[in-house]
Design a protein around this ligand. Structure first.
Ligand SMILES: *[C@@H]1O[C@H](CO)[C@@H](O)[C@H](O)[C@H]1NC(C)=O
Ligand SMILES: *[C@@H]1O[C@H](CO)[C@@H](O)[C@H](O)[C@H]1NC(C)=O
Ligand SMILES: *[C@@H]1O[C@H](CO)[C@@H](O)[C@H](O)[C@H]1NC(C)=O
Ligand SMILES: [Zn+2]
Length: 449
């Protein structure tokens, strides 16, 4: 039975998605100043790949057969890069031709499952490679939180620990960020819908959880793109703004593809619980060891703020967070959903805040008419209400069964002119050169920074 096969897959994938961070010794370098917002340029390619609230677009109900069709299989398979949407490949090739994707050699999986290595002894800490696995911090990637804060997040969901976690978070009225494995969402649509409707922030953790520095450019596009697409189609049209590489494995090339093609900012961490290994045989860590580490971190210096790597992989990993939560509170930390914290409450690329509507700005056509775009943004922000946002506020008011609402009713409020999604932008230049265009560029710049 197909259903049985689907049910069994999360168990299989559990074995393959475990984080292996044993080699990580997390150094504490000086806290980096964090920008307050990351709105991307209005003509970032991601906005033509995942259009804002196109007129008459409606999304299939989350969990339906129609919703699940059209995505590649999960691990151990890898997405077939010859079947990628042409627009994604074109966006990658465009970024390469603009010379914004560095030509870093692919790393190789270590035979013992440890950290990937680069060919010919290339130095992973050289500025040209800058591998996060080797603790090299790329400018623009996020490792630390602002002082006094804990940015809370969980990797690998939806998974076996998700139900307990959401129950606890609901009791505490605590919002968090979920870095989700795209293929897991297909197997646990209800858990996905529940976290979204609770108001949690949804971010990307790839489709099949590989070491991303081992993946070709096209494979990187596939891992991020399908996860973005499924989240987009399951949240009333939101476009995620943050991703976390599995195993913390990214480098200058991978982070550049995430940023330049998909507008994603990379988030790593500055403390690691190794909670994924609680249920290994033999266990890689114990709940006592995690509690001790938590005690040290939570009673230690408040600067930089903490970004602690935790998982919703198993009930055991979730329990280690639940046990530490009162200690976080007792020590005076400001506990905030990670994406909201580092994004200044802007957790999606196409909404003004983590709870605001996905507005119906026609961002692609706006390239050629910035003034119109500004007007449309204002109007949309004040009057139009996209379905995703209403579902979200309904969820915040604890209304159950938001699934169909969140994804099913589409963007009927949208009034943007309809044009073919993913169509190449017109032959006209992106910015005309007259004084009006310059003025509007300046206005847009101020609005978007
Ligand atoms: C995402 O939703 C759009 C709008 O309904 C639909 O055209 C598209 O096929 C969906 N994508 C996938 C992969 O299901
Ligand atoms: C490394 O392993 C992953 C699976 O985790 C696979 O997708 C990838 O192609 C491998 N890369 C290399 C360079 O062998
Ligand atoms: C984010 O939202 C919270 C709750 O509404 C608020 O207290 C906080 O000041 C906001 N942060 C920023 C940077 O806007
Ligand atoms: Zn992971």
């Amino acid at each position: 039975m197909l259903v049985l096969a689907l049910l069994a897959l999360p168990l299989l994938s559990t074995a393959s998605v475990h984080e292996r961070h044993g080699a990580h010794a997390h150094s504490h370098t000086a806290s980096k100043r964090l920008p307050t917002t990351w709105h991307h340029d209005s003509d970032h390619p991601v906005h033509s790949l995942f259009r804002r609230a196109d007129a008459a677009v409606s999304f299939a109900a989350v969990g339906s057969d129609e919703w699940a069709a059209g995505y590649p299989a999960g691990p151990p398979a890898s997405p077939d890069v010859s079947a990628l949407p042409a627009a994604w490949v074109a966006a990658l090739n465009d970024a390469i031709s603009r010379k914004v994707i560095p030509d870093v050699p692919l790393s190789h999986n270590a035979s013992d499952g440890g950290s990937p290595t680069y060919p010919n002894g290339a130095d992973p800490n050289s500025p040209d490679i800058c591998s996060a696995t080797y603790q090299c911090r790329l400018p623009g990637d996020i490792w630390d939180g602002p002082a006094g804060t804990i940015g809370i997040s969980f990797d690998d969901g939806p998974e076996a620990g998700t139900a307990d976690l959401l129950g606890f978070l609901g009791e505490k009225n605590q919002r968090v960020t979920h870095f989700l494995i795209g293929s897991n969402i297909l197997y646990m649509p209800d858990a996905f819908t529940k976290m979204f409707n609770m108001g949690d922030d949804i971010a990307v953790h790839t489709w099949t959880h590989p070491h991303m520095t081992t993946q070709s450019n096209l494979q990187v596009v596939a891992e991020l793109g399908y996860t973005m697409q499924l989240i987009h189609n399951s949240t009333g049209g939101r476009v995620p703004k943050f991703w976390r590489p599995p195993y913390g494995d990214t480098d200058k090339r991978v982070s550049a593809i995430a940023k330049e093609v998909f507008g994603l900012t990379t988030i790593i961490w500055n403390q690691d619980t190794s909670d994924w290994s609680l249920t290994e045989t033999p266990p890689g860590t114990t709940s006592d060891a995690i509690a001790k580490n938590m005690q040290t971190w939570l009673t230690g210096p408040k600067s930089p703020g903490l970004i602690i790597l935790e998982h919703e992989l198993t009930k055991e990993s979730t329990a280690s967070f639940i046990a530490a939560y009162p200690v976080m509170q007792q020590n005076g930390w400001n506990l905030v959903s990670l994406a909201a914290l580092v994004g200044g409450n802007v957790t999606y690329q196409n909404a003004a805040s983590n709870t605001a509507a996905v507005t119906n700005v026609d961002i692609v056509n706006a390239k050629n008419g910035a003034v119109a775009a500004v007007g449309a943004a204002g109007a949309a922000g004040s009057s139009a209400s996209a379905s995703g946002a209403s579902a979200k506020s309904a969820g915040a008011a604890a209304t159950p069964t938001g699934a169909k609402t969140a994804a099913g009713s589409g963007n009927s409020a949208s009034s943007s002119p309809s044009s073919t999604p993913n169509a190449p932008s017109s032959a006209a230049p992106r910015w005309t050169t007259g004084p009006t265009a310059l003025l509007s560029a300046a206005v847009l710049f101020m609005l978007w920074k």
